[in-house]
Design a protein around this ligand. Structure first.
Ligand code: SAM
Ligand code: SF4
Length: 338
């Protein structure tokens, strides 16, 4: 089957929640660790806590992904923290690409290792890569991430574009301090590159409440800008994420908008999350998560694992409560994978 070609739900007995939403997409956090310190996520860098359990091993990860694939989840994203700080990242990707039922293996990265490793990850079976770039201004990039690495990250995007990934996307968090600047840089970036540059509304987490109050800016401003300059919205593809994508005849790339604060955002939710320590999260902004790790220890626990995941689904909320300033139990997005 071709990449991105979804199986029909009836052939998979696909997992559903109490609102009839079907789940095709698992976001797997490989680690909470990160080598960047983005102002909105880990402003003080990753702080290790000795009391926390260790990260899932390769075998635990394989068992978990196999169970979700049995339940009809066919699209998998490796994220974190920064997933590529795991020295076994490529081995994990290679193993997961071979799990029966997984048809699409994507990753999200800050791009730190992209230039030197993109070809290796592609060869291991990763077919799509999202790279985080909040600004194309070198000084501001260094201020936001704590690292003067913009040029290397952009070179990494170009290496990825030449490495045969089915899609290369950029994630760019909308910050008030960056508003008004950089629009022309983004247009220049997508003019000749086959990438989708997706602006993401800053989400409030328990750790960034004050920052969010100062820096959040509505995605609507991007939409108005696109509408005013000849960009048109593309139809949403089956199994696609929540981004609305826009195209323009004069540009090779696309611009997208992910607006979690817009109404109806959660209606088409198709994703579940597994933390790097083995907890199932039904929502990015939900509860502490459901422990699965005790059922990831042996291959013969697969049946029980599938049953526990199925039994959890009725507890999935209709939507997040970010509008009420409620970020659930999420301290920052590195904790369960943004
Ligand atoms: N370290 C990788 C990276 O930065 O791409 C993967 C993990 S990161 C948590 C995943 C995505 O979440 C990144 O694109 C990041 O910019 C975004 N992100 C993190 N915190 C966010 C927040 N509070 N609101 C919106 N997006 C956020
Ligand atoms: Fe690290 Fe990604 Fe969070 Fe930035 S957004 S601190 S790169 S996990």
């Amino acid at each position: 089957m071709a990449l991105f070609d979804p199986p029909s739900p009836s052939s998979t007995g696909q997992l559903q929640d109490g609102f009839g939403r079907r789940f095709s997409y698992l976001r797997l956090s490989l680690t909470e660790r990160c080598n960047f310190r983005c102002t909105y996520c880990l402003p003080n860098g990753f702080q290790a806590q000795k009391s926390l359990p260790t990260e899932l091993s390769r075998d635990e990860i394989r068992r978990a992904v196999a169970a979700f694939a049995k339940l009809g989840l066919w699209k998998l994203r490796l994220t974190g923290g920064e997933p590529t700080v795991r020295t076994d990242f490529t081995d994990i990707a290679r193993k997961l690409a071979q799990v029966e039922g997984i048809r699409h293996l994507a990753m999200t990265t800050n791009g730190y290792r992209l230039e030197r490793s993109a070809a290796k990850w592609r060869e291991a079976g990763v077919d799509a890569v999202n790279v985080s770039i909040d600004t194309l201004d070198r000084t501001r990039f260094a201020e936001v991430t704590g690292h003067d690495k913009l040029e290397g990250v952009v070179r990494g995007v170009d290496v990825a574009l030449g490495a045969g990934f089915a899609s290369v996307k950029v994630n760019s968090v909308l910050l008030r301090e960056l508003e008004g600047s950089g629009w022309d840089d983004v247009l220049g970036f997508v003019a000749h590159r086959d990438v989708s540059w997706r602006f993401i509304e800053l989400m409030r987490t328990n750790d960034n409440a004050g920052f969010h109050q100062r820096q959040a800016t509505p995605g609507e401003l991007v939409r108005e800008r696109l509408d005013a300059s000849g960009w048109y919205a593309l139809a949403r593809r089956e199994g696609a994420g929540p981004a609305v994508e826009y195209a323009h005849p004069d540009y090779r790339g696309r611009i997208g908008l992910i607006a979690p604060y817009s109404s109806g955002f959660c209606d088409s939710c198709n994703r579940l999350r597994l933390s790097s320590r083995g907890k199932l999260h039904l929502c990015l902004f939900g509860s502490e998560g459901l422990e699965l790790r005790d059922l990831l220890q042996r291959d013969d626990q697969a049946g029980e694992l599938v049953e526990r995941i199925e039994a959890a689904m009725p507890a999935k909320m209709r939507g997040h409560r970010l509008h009420e300033g409620d970020s659930g139990a999420t301290p920052h997005l590195a904790s369960i994978g943004g």
